[in-house]
Write a protein that binds this ligand. Structure first.
Ligand code: ADP
Ligand code: MG
Length: 350
């Protein structure tokens, strides 16, 4: 069947109960902690002697995603990932998710099947069980709310408030890619609007596109920390941009920070796209967000244990609260970090 002949079944053909059954009948349960999943009035979990970690995130069409360039499958995948990233930031192991949807009549059964394909793909990859949710109608647009549950022992849990003076500040992976991927998509969307016959120019930018369309959660870091023999003193995921996350950790830990512009890890494609669009790539890393990497602090004594790890970069250190939160630029000047990135008009010397 050609693409333009694809079957479109209105949701009203199935109704709520049949739709839920249709979307969830292939659901597989893998975790021991899941006693009862979809099908009853509520799910039942057994976490034995572990702590239960719970997080929830809501994504609204037109606010958090744009369906003109985000395929439903990617949206389903990402809606799970953003929650698993929050569990990773607590140093917890993800175990279950619930998925709640408000759907308008413009969505077909097939569109929701695609959404669930992405949801199941993420569940499988990260070893989590889909244990329930809710389904309702919306007047316009799609709303997806995911709740994720995970486990950790009390000792393993990492909060935002444990950073201490002289701790080193580290990040996983690289930053700013998602933001530059979004800019690329926006540019091509505008080109398409003006002339639908023009093919989008996306070649050579596969990495930054995957960063925005198919992000991953750093749930792998829990094992890395164990293997390296370190326990972060504070941690959070980078969803709003490095700058605002550093400020969160400093505020909650009652400390200051100094980070270095030239140490912030960025991919070649991020830099290339930034150059093409005349954007300072450091802005993408500081303010961009949606990278879903982890920002964490470690005692200075642990520096040697992590210094050769390819996925960890030391970007600075924790200072006394009275010293504020600053970034040292390549030229040596210091600029204060703000929630929107840094404020170039406010120098430390002044
Ligand atoms: P109730 O009327 O008790 O809210 P529902 O008919 O809404 O029950 O849901 C029936 C079952 O299907 C429950 O186990 C619920 O968790 C699950 N469920 C409902 N909507 C979804 C969804 N969108 N995704 C996954 N599971 C769902
Ligand atoms: Mg319900």
């Amino acid at each position: 069947m050609a693409d333009n002949e694809r079957k479109i079944t209105p949701i009203s053909d199935l109704g709520e109960f049949k739709l839920i059954e249709h979307l969830t009948n292939k659901n597989k349960i893998i975790n021991e902690s899941t006693e009862k999943a979809i099908g009853d009035d509520a799910a039942v979990l057994d976490y034995k002697n572990k702590k239960v970690v719970v997080t929830t995130d809501m994504l609204a069409e037109g606010i958090h995603f744009d369906l003109t360039y985000v395929p439903m499958k990617h949206l389903g995948y990402k809606s799970i990932i953003v929650n698993l990233s929050d569990l990773a930031a607590m140093n917890a192991v993800p175990e279950q998710v619930t998925v709640s949807l408000a759907i308008s009549s413009k969505f077909s059964v097939e569109a929701l099947e695609e959404l669930y394909e992405g949801i199941y793909m993420a569940c499988e990859k990260y070893g989590v069980d889909l244990i329930g949710g809710d389904t309702t109608a919306s007047l316009t647009g799609l709303i997806i709310s995911v709740t994720a549950l995970g486990s950790a022992t009390e000792k393993e849990l990492v909060y935002r408030n444990g950073a201490k003076k002289n701790d080193i500040i580290c990040v996983t992976g690289d930053l700013g890619g998602s933001y530059m991927g979004l800019h690329l998509l926006e540019r091509e969307k505008n080109v398409f609007k003006d002339n639908p016959k023009v093919q989008p120019k996306l070649e050579g930018y596969d990495y930054i596109l995957s960063r925005i369309l198919k992000p991953e959660a750093r749930t792998d870091m829990k094992k890395v920390f164990i293997d390296l023999g370190v326990q972060p003193t504070s941690m959070m995921d980078i969803s709003d941009g490095l700058s605002s996350e550093v400020l969160h950790i400093c505020k909650q830990s009652g400390v200051g920070a100094k980070i270095y512009e030239d140490r912030i890890p960025m991919d070649m494609q991020t830099r290339a796209m930034a150059e093409e669009l005349n954007i300072n790539p450091i802005v993408a890393a500081l303010n961009g967000g949606e990278d879903y990497e982890l920002l964490f602090t470690l005692p200075l004594a642990d520096h040697d244990k992590i210094r050769n790890h390819p996925d960890i970069t030391v970007i600075g250190h924790i200072t006394d609260a009275s010293e504020g939160t600053f970034m040292q630029l390549v030229g040596g000047n210091e600029v204060e970090l703000t929630a929107q990135g840094w404020n170039p008009l406010k120098n430390k010397e002044e």
